[in-house]
Design a protein around this ligand. Structure first.
Ligand SMILES: Nc1ncnc2c1ncn2[C@@H]1O[C@H](COP(=O)(O)OP(=O)(O)OP(=O)(O)O)[C@@H](O)[C@H]1O
Length: 608
């Protein structure tokens, strides 16, 4: 992949600005102090260099040695003084930076965490956003931290370089062009190396993602069972190594090319250095410059070259960081655009009707809409069951109805409030979701239920929720009862089975006691006895709530007020069980298939 030098270099100033902005926001005082100390330190270097010229001049003048030494003493004192001041300033720089850097890192981490914590649910369905969060999050923050150090190096190196050039220029202007030639050669090499690195970065970023995905699949606990049972370990390892090898190969090639560029740069810089010494020789020979001043010029040029090296190194390192800082900046912008909406438009806490008109929904990056032109009204207290084949859009519809996903087109209204402009926090406060695969909160069993509504502190409601969901049996079986931590990441933590987690999820959803309840396959992992108990509990709870029930077990929804049948994102039938059976359509077919399976057994020999 080839990019222009301009494009390759453009990310640097923006990254520097981002680091500076954050440092400034964190502590203007420390940022100013750091910058000031660096500037003063550079000036002291220049001052020291000029004083050195005076020392040489005094020492090389005619007269007895003791006299010359005495005459050189004041200038010598200035040189020594400048060293002392420089050492003190270096200590001050270290002190200021060690206070500033952790603060900047914390602020950068805070920004990323806040943006991700506040992002809408749909943002996490977007692969691009997730990748941005991966690259711009942890790595971005790390780059912000390290670039602060490189920025300081760049500042002090740059000032010291300018100081040397100015000193040399003051001694004799003819030396400056030669010094600038060396500087330009170095700058060219740095820019060219940056371009190569940028191209390598663009070229490897997708493979890098693939490598981390394969690494996750090859090492993560979630895949451990199938990885072992499917004997995929060696295959995954081989794939991981294949991608890693190709990345390493590219990296080595890039490093060789960069080294070649650097060598060219150094050769050119060497020409500049040689030219500087040649000019110096000529100046001495023609008597245009005194020996004393030539000594200082050599010192200044050496300081200049070493500052040049430091500055180039800092620019290169900063440049590398700037890729991830760029992701970090984009993550903040994208994250802010996807933040959960706060608005003055308050939805009703318990809507009399939820009305969908011409609603379509397409997932980010999706080619086909998951919902197409859906019209549906759900009245307060109604129990609506969503049925249909896998992928027909049931889960998606549940999320759109409750404002968890925004409709791509069409409107969703709670009474007369359009959810597209309503305060999303307020909408979600009126919703309880019992997910098929509930979150496994890494907290105590009791808190896994109470987190359903933290502001509620109601022991009777807690006991009611764990009782209706069967979570009471789970909790009773735990070694520490309700105080057992449900996470293997803690020493005394405990994991649960799929069905046990599901019971905890149902208890949490019940405890939330929201006006609108979405239960998405709430009992898929439950044993028959637990399922019967949950439906008994749900029947009681749903008497007061608007309920959307997604399920494949059609026997459980015979009593639903309404059954809505979805097929490829469209509503194809709706009515009561009896109405839909009489229709002998889609629902009838699905119901009969299940009934037949129960009657004859799915594995019964076919009559055909
Ligand atoms: N996160 C996602 N990103 C992209 N497409 C998705 C995502 N989730 C679901 N889909 C697609 O949207 C469509 C509807 O999915 P949905 O989960 O709503 O179906 P469902 O009826 O609940 O299925 P199931 O019975 O299997 O749970 C499917 O075609 C699916 O592939």
């Amino acid at each position: 992949m080839s990019v222009s030098l301009g494009k390759a270099l453009r990310s640097l100033p923006a990254a520097v600005a981002a680091v500076f902005r954050l440092a400034w926001a964190t502590s203007p005082r420390l940022t100013l102090t750091a910058a000031a100390v660096h500037v003063v330190s550079g000036c002291v270097t220049a001052f020291g260099l000029l004083a050195t010229a005076d020392v040489f001049a005094a020492l090389l003048r005619d007269g007895p040695t003791p006299d010359r030494l005495v005459r050189a003493l004041p200038a010598l004192a200035v040189v020594v003084g400048s060293f002392v001041v420089r050492a003190l300033l270096d200590t001050a720089v270290a002190a200021v930076e060690s206070s500033l850097r952790p603060r900047v890192t914390r602020a950068a981490n805070d920004e990323v965490t806040a943006v991700l914590a506040r992002a809408r649910l749909l943002a996490f369905e977007d692969a691009d956003f997730r990748e941005l969060a991966r690259q711009g999050g942890r790595r971005g923050v790390r780059s912000m931290e390290s670039s602060l150090r490189y920025l300081a190096d760049l500042l002090s190196g740059g000032i010291s370089l300018v100081a040397s050039v100015v000193t040399v220029g003051l001694l004799n202007p003819w030396l400056v062009p030669a010094l600038l030639l060396a500087a330009l050669a170095n700058a060219w090499a740095a820019a060219k190396a940056s371009k190569l690195r940028y191209e390598h970065f663009l070229d490897s970023v997708t493979r890098d993602t693939r490598k981390s995905v394969v690494e996750e699949v090859a090492t993560d606990r979630d895949f451990a069972l199938e990885r072992t049972a499917l004997t995929l370990q060696e295959r995954l390892l081989a794939e991981y190594r294949r991608i890693a090898d190709s990345l390493v190969g590219d990296e080595i090639r890039m490093a060789h090319r960069t080294n070649l560029v650097r060598l060219t740069g150094r050769a050119l810089a060497g020409v500049g250095t040689g030219a500087a010494y040649l000019v110096l020789g000529l100046l001495l020979r023609t008597g245009a410059m005194e020996l004393a001043l030539a000594g200082t010029a050599v010192l200044a040029m050496r300081t200049g070259f070493s500052s040049l090296g430091n500055t180039t190194r800092a620019v290169n390192a900063l440049y590398e960081d700037s890729f991830y800082i760029d992701f970090y900046r984009k993550l903040l912008v994208e994250g802010a655009a996807r933040a959960t909406r706060r608005s003055a438009v308050r939805p009703p806490a318990d809507p009399a009707a939820i009305r969908l008109e011409g609603v379509s929904f397409t997932y980010p990056g999706g080619k086909q809409p998951a919902l197409r032109d859906v019209d549906l009204t759900v009245a307060r207290g109604e129990v609506v069951a969503l049925v249909g084949e896998n992928g027909s859009g049931k889960t998606t519809l549940g999320k759109v109805l409750t404002g968890l996903y925004p409709a791509t087109s069409g409107t969703v209204r709670w009474d007369d409030v359009d959810l597209a402009v309503a305060d999303e926090h307020a909408v979600h406060s009126s919703v309880a979701v019992i997910a098929q695969d509930p979150a496994q909160w890494p907290m105590t069993a009791r808190h896994n239920v109470l987190v359903g509504r933290l502001e509620r502190d109601d022991e009777r409601a807690y006991l009611d929720a764990v009782g209706k969901s069967g979570a009471d049996e789970v909790i009773a079986s735990l070694p520490g009862g309700p105080d057992t931590v449900l996470s293997r990441r803690f020493n005394d933590g405990q994991d649960l089975s799929g069905g046990q987690w599901q019971r905890m999820g149902i208890a949490r959803g019940t405890y939330r006691d929201a006006a609108v309840l979405v239960a998405d396959e709430p009992t898929a992992a439950l044993d028959a006895r637990a399922e019967a108990r949950v439906f008994e509990g749900l029947r009681e709870a749903t008497a007061r709530r608007t309920t959307i029930l997604v399920t494949h077990r059609l026997a459980n929804i015979r009593n639903a007020d309404r059954i809505v049948v979805l097929d490829r994102g469209r509503i194809v039938e709706q009515g009561t069980h009896e109405e839909l059976m009489a229709l002998r359509g889609h629902y009838h077919e699905l119901f009969e298939l299940q009934a037949a399976a129960y009657r004859g057994g799915l594995l019964a020999p076919s009559n055909e």
